[in-house]
Design a protein around this ligand. Structure first.
Ligand SMILES: [Fe+2]
Length: 312
């Protein structure tokens, strides 16, 4: 019985937000409507395209043998390295032919309920700007490189594409129970920072890992972080940091397993049993964990990014 989402919601219109539901306070720019979609994709100049090309080349140097095979296949199928920032209309038609997804430009981070609504309709919102040379290595606000290079190749995988849609559909129910933070943790530890155990070994499929230079190596090879097999209940009770390398990564066996674990879970029961004021610390290993690697947390103990600690 699938209970991740409500049984018969109408996903064609934007969900109504209950005033009690906590969501990040974001001010909508005047030039976008309630769907937050930009009227058109930005015209990137040659300098912007060169930033994309350099970022692409750097990641493709690091990622073979570290990125999930579905991700690497997606970058090829969608030819993300053909030069410059991809044009969303062409990207959407190619991706649409594979899995029915499209990519739409948005000005910035968008409200949760709008984000869920786009995913439920197989639209992936992507930033309508690219980082500068000054912020080449790290930006907090997701830009077009993070969103398109990091997320879109995985949407070319049919099972993962279904997972993302189900995740969007799940937003309605999480809002009804006021459990967006818990559902957000699931996104964080799968879509952004997930690892998958392939036959050839551990690989990364999370966009937060795949779109940056440091975390692909840290997540897969460093001694510091914990690597724990995914348990949906446990992950949805786990805290997370947004501005540093993760102290813990969660590992799935396959995308089919991820899909099954989430859509078959009784989320009514899970949300009712969740205490919103309680979360596991993000570095904790707890007794229910199926641990692949127990981290030393040396990076965290040395003070993390703020102290200039080495990512070991
Ligand atoms: Fe992301």
């Amino acid at each position: 019985m699938a209970t991740l989402s409500d049984p018969e919601p109408d996903f064609t219109t934007l969900p109504v937000m209950d005033g009690e539901v906590f969501t990040a306070p974001l001010r909508k720019p005047d030039h976008v409507g309630d769907d937050w979609i930009e009227p058109r994709q930005r015209d990137y100049d040659a300098a912007d395209d060169a930033i994309w090309d350099d970022l692409y080349a750097r990641q493709m140097d690091i990622l073979p043998g570290r990125a999930a095979s579905a991700f690497l296949a997606g970058t090829q199928k969608l030819a993300l390295g053909r030069g410059g920032v991809p044009e969303f209309a062409r990207l959407s038609s190619e991706l649409g032919a594979l899995t029915g997804w499209s990519v739409v430009p948005v000005p910035m981070l968008i409200p949760d309920h709008v984000f869920f609504w786009h995913l439920a309709n197989r639209r992936f919102p992507a930033g309508n700007f690219i980082r500068t040379r000054e912020t080449f290595d790290y930006i907090e606000e997701p830009d077009v490189f993070h969103d398109v290079f990091g997320h879109v190749p995985m949407l070319a995988d049919p099972v993962y594409a279904d997972y993302m849609q189900e995740y969007g559909r799940a937003g309605w129910k999480a809002m009804r129970y006021n459990r967006l933070k818990a559902l957000g943790a699931l996104y964080w530890y799968t879509v952004e920072f997930g690892l998958v155990m392939e036959q050839a070994g551990l690989r990364a499929y999370g966009a937060g890992i795949l779109s940056g230079p440091t975390e692909a190596v840290f997540a897969l090879e460093a001694k510091s972080p914990n690597r724990i097999f995914l348990n949906v209940d446990r992950v949805m009770r786990t805290d997370y940091v947004i501005d540093d390398l993760q102290p813990t990564y969660f590992v799935i066996d396959s995308f089919a397993d991820l899909y099954r674990q989430t859509v078959e879970r009784d989320f009514d029961r899970l949300y009712r049993g969740l205490n919103p004021g309680f979360t596991y610390a993000n570095a904790a290993v707890i007794d229910v964990d199926n641990v692949l690697h127990r981290g030393t947390q040396e990076y965290l103990l040395r003070g993390g990014r703020a102290s200039g600690a080495k990512a070991v």
